[in-house]
Design a protein around this ligand. Structure first.
Ligand SMILES: [Zn+2]
Length: 139
């Protein structure tokens, strides 16, 4: 689902994110594709088109997330919400080690699962960018 986002809003969102996907940390300048503006809470679920609900997002993360807000992990009766870049701190939920994103919380685990952060190609790409100093080595 899409809603008009002005050029000004898009630039402000990209700048706030330092040109990187706010979920998987991929820098846009190393991507073949233009990044997307994600509604953290999708329009389908009542989210609005406002800076407080928008995130800079690579196409892979945006495609994997879709309009979802969370997923099931081990308990089929409990939905675990995804990481919210507007209200959560990345390092509280994740850790980046040699290109692989590890989780600290169930929110991180749910996000990694559905966003498919750790597909082999994505790990290798992230590892190369880390080695080149283009993605921070968070610990
Ligand atoms: Zn991403």
């Amino acid at each position: 689902m899409s809603e008009y986002i002005s050029k000004w809003q898009r630039e402000a969102i990209a700048q706030r994110a330092n040109g990187c996907c706010e979920y998987c940390l991929m820098p846009e300048r190393f991507s073949l594709f233009t990044f997307h503006i994600d509604h953290v809470i999708s329009l389908k679920h009542g989210g609005i088109t406002h800076l407080d609900n928008l995130a800079y997002c690579c196409g892979i993360c945006n495609s994997n997330k879709g309009t979802d807000l969370g997923t099931f992990l081990n308990n089929p009766e409990t939905i675990i919400r995804f990481f919210n870049p507007r209200t959560d701190q990345w390092l509280d939920h994740f850790e980046l080690i040699e290109g692989m994103i590890h989780h600290h919380t169930i929110i991180g685990e749910a996000t990694i699962k559905i966003f498919k952060f750790n597909e082999v190609e994505r790990i290798l790409e992230r590892k190369l960018l880390m080695e080149g100093g283009f993605i921070g080595s968070f610990k």
